[in-house]
Design a protein around this ligand. Structure first.
Ligand code: GLN
Length: 296
């Protein structure tokens, strides 16, 4: 038999996953099995769980070619969330694009805390500052049906993605979207809760992050200036007037900036009420309230 007539290798789903996992691992990806499964599930229009009962299924040539195409993109470090165009956050599906940061599991801690703080209120008013694809705003709206949520972002393309997500999730009536920088879109208003996942990476550290992040995620959503605190320096002095009495500000942070950020919080007549630690044992979310000790 000559080279030309040799039958191409028959790939079964199970074997393909195993081989691809080894390959992605060699290429330096941290979770190769998960990624191999996510991309194959997409090609076969199955859930990851369903792959496991189809291990003996034979891949067609077209499916193989399509899968190879996705794997080629992934090894150039394009994040799987951008390849698939979506990411799950707080058990909801979000469309994501290169204009939006990819929602992270750590941010679910902020949402947990915000829900706990807002639950006792009859009609909590919530502001998600820098909403990106809308992950925080929409997870809160979904889990706090009595709330009204305002979501703002400087990036118009990100805001469009967020609006689309609100529509798909049936939350358009409960969430309003406004474009603008920091507090500009909400001047004169007051909220029970303000949530913000601001750009917080110190400029010089961006290049040291995974290439998936530094080469593909929007710099506008990452770059916090020389020490990572520029957006906080601009925001904090304006927070007191935007919070209703007894209200809270929840900030996702770059863990090493906590001491300097705490000083900025105090200068703004606010107080750190607690710090939440993420799965990697990093200080990740700061809960801030008006400082009652400060009287005039
Ligand atoms: N969590 C992102 C990272 O560390 C940064 C997000 C942000 O700047 N808000 O890669």
């Amino acid at each position: 038999m000559t080279e030309n007539t040799a039958p191409t290798k028959t790939w079964l789903v199970g074997d393909l996953l195993q081989t691809t996992t080894v390959f992605l691992g060699q290429k330096g990806l941290a979770t190769p099995r998960l990624e191999a499964e996510l991309l194959l599930a997409e090609i076969l229009a199955l859930t990851r769980m369903q792959l496991y009962v189809h291990f003996d299924r034979v891949m067609t040539e077209q499916e193989l070619e399509a899968y190879r195409g996705l794997i080629r993109r992934r090894i150039k470090r394009e994040p799987s969330a951008y390849i698939l165009g979506r990411r799950e956050f707080y058990l909801l599906n979000f469309k994501v694009t290169p204009d939006t940061l990819i929602p992270r599991p750590e941010t679910e801690l902020l949402v947990d805390e915000a829900i706990a703080l807002a639950k006792p209120l009859t009609e909590p008013l919530i502001w998600d500052l820098g909403c990106g694809c809308g992950a925080i705003a929409l997870a809160l709206a979904k889990n706090l049906p009595q709330s009204r949520v305002t979501a703002t972002d400087l990036s118009l393309p990100a805001l469009e993605v967020a609006k689309g997500n609100a529509l798909v999730l049936g939350l358009s009536d409960q969430v309003e979207f406004l474009a603008g920088d920091l507090t500009h879109p909400v001047a004169g208003r007051q909220f029970n809760l303000i949530c913000a996942n601001l750009p917080y990476v110190p400029q010089a550290e961006i290049e040291t992050l995974d290439p998936d992040v530094s080469q593909f995620e929007p710099r506008l959503a990452l770059d916090g200036g020389p020490d990572g605190l520029d957006p906080f320096r601009r925001l904090l002095p304006e927070v007191s007037v935007l919070l209703k009495p007894g209200g809270y500000l929840l900030l996702e942070i770059h863990p090493p900036t906590l001491p300097d950020l705490t000083a900025l919080i105090q200068q703004a007549q606010l107080a750190v009420q607690k710090v939440l630690v993420d799965y990697g044992k990093n200080n990740r979310v700061v809960v801030v309230k008006a400082d009652n000790r400060q009287t005039t």
